[in-house]
Design a protein. Structure first.
Length: 277
C-alpha cells in the first residue's frame, strides 16, 4: 500500500489549483497519445466510500482527453448474470489496446461495499478474495497497466458532503438512500477495506491511498501519481510546486453539530439551511 499525499499541495489557492490542473492535464494528454500510439492498455481504478470524490476526480482526469480512446466504467447495480460471473463481467470492461479505462468503483465492489451491505453471499466474497490477485496477474502478464486508487474521506467530511448534496438543487440526485445506509456501516466497511489491503500483493500493483478530505488536492495528487508512473514522449519533469496562499475555508455549527473546513459554496448553502431551522 502506498500513501500518496503530496505535502507541496497543502497550501493552494483556487487560481493556483486551476493553473496546476491545466499543467497536469497537458501531460495527461501526452500520456494518452503514448497509450494510443504504442497500443498500451491502461486501467485506472477508483475506490472509496460514498462522497469520497471518485467521480469528481475522474471528471478532472478526462476533461481534455480524446474521447474515442478512453472510457469511464461504472457498473452500478449488477444484473444476476453479472453477479454470478463477476470476473468475466470485468474481463469485458477492461481496456483494449490503445485505450484508457477509468473505473468509478470496480471489481473490488465484491470485496468492499457488497459484503458490507449484504449484496453478495459469503461464498461469493471468499471466492473473490481468493482469486482476485490471480485474475489481475493474468491480465497484467497480458499487457494490462493497472493503477488502483483508494480515496480516503473522513467520517466528518462524508457527513458534510451528504448534507451539502441533500440541500443542493444541482447535486441532490447524488445522494441516495443506499449511500446513507452504507454510511451507517462505517466500521464494517472499514473492516472489509482493511482485508482488501491485507490481501493485496505489496510489490504488485499496490493500492495507492490518497486523502480526499480536500477534493482539489486529492485530484492533483491522483493526476501526479499517474504521470510519475510512466515514461512517455515529451514528458516534462513535474517539479514540486509551493504556494503562498491557502484555500480559504469556513466553519459553521447547526444544532450543535460543527462543520469545519467548508468551501464557500458549502458554507453558504449550510448558512441558508441554518437560517431556515
Amino acid at each position: 500500500m502506498i500513501i500518496y499525499n503530496r505535502t507541496s499541495y497543502k497550501e493552494l489557492s483556487l487560481k493556483s489549483y486551476q493553473k496546476e490542473k491545466r499543467r497536469l492535464q497537458i501531460e495527461l494528454l501526452k500520456l494518452q497519445e503514448w497509450v494510443v500510439n504504442s497500443k498500451q492498455k491502461l486501467a485506472i481504478v477508483f475506490e472509496g466510500r460514498d462522497a469520497a470524490g471518485k467521480g469528481a476526480t475522474i471528471k478532472r482526469f478526462i476533461e481534455n482527453l480524446i474521447p474515442k480512446t478512453m472510457r469511464v466504467e461504472e457498473l452500478g447495480v449488477p444484473t444476476p448474470a453479472q453477479n454470478k460471473m463477476w470476473f468475466k463481467t470485468y474481463d469485458k470492461l477492461l481496456p483494449k489496446a490503445g485505450e484508457i479505462v477509468f473505473f468509478d468503483r470496480s471489481w473490488y465492489t465484491r470485496g468492499l461495499i457488497q459484503p458490507a451491505m449484504g449484496y453478495c453471499t459469503e461464498r461469493q466474497y471468499k471466492y473473490f478474495m481468493k482469486n482476485v490477485n490471480k485474475w489481475e496477474k493474468k491480465h497484467i502478464e497480458n499487457g494490462l497497466l493497472l493503477i488502483k486508487f483508494y480515496l480516503s474521506v473522513s467520517k466528518e467530511n462524508q457527513q458534510q458532503r451528504f448534507i451539502f448534496r441533500q440541500n443542493s438543487p444541482l447535486k441532490y440526485w447524488k445522494l441516495s438512500d443506499n449511500d446513507i445506509k452504507a454510511a451507517k456501516e462505517w466500521d464494517l466497511f472499514t473492516n472489509y477495506k482493511d482485508q482488501v489491503f491485507a490481501n493485496s500483493k505489496p510489490n504488485k500493483n499496490p493500492w495507492v491511498v490518497i486523502n480526499s478530505d480536500n477534493k482539489m488536492i486529492a485530484r492533483l495528487n491522483a493526476m501526479r501519481y499517474v504521470l510519475t508512473s510512466f515514461n512517455y514522449p515529451g514528458k516534462k519533469t513535474l517539479k514540486e510546486k509551493r504556494w503562498s496562499k491557502e484555500i480559504q475555508t469556513y466553519d459553521i455549527a447547526i444544532d450543535g453539530v460543527k462543520f469545519k473546513e467548508l468551501t464557500k459554496e458549502q458554507f453558504e448553502l449550510l448558512y441558508k439551511l441554518k437560517g431556515s431551522t
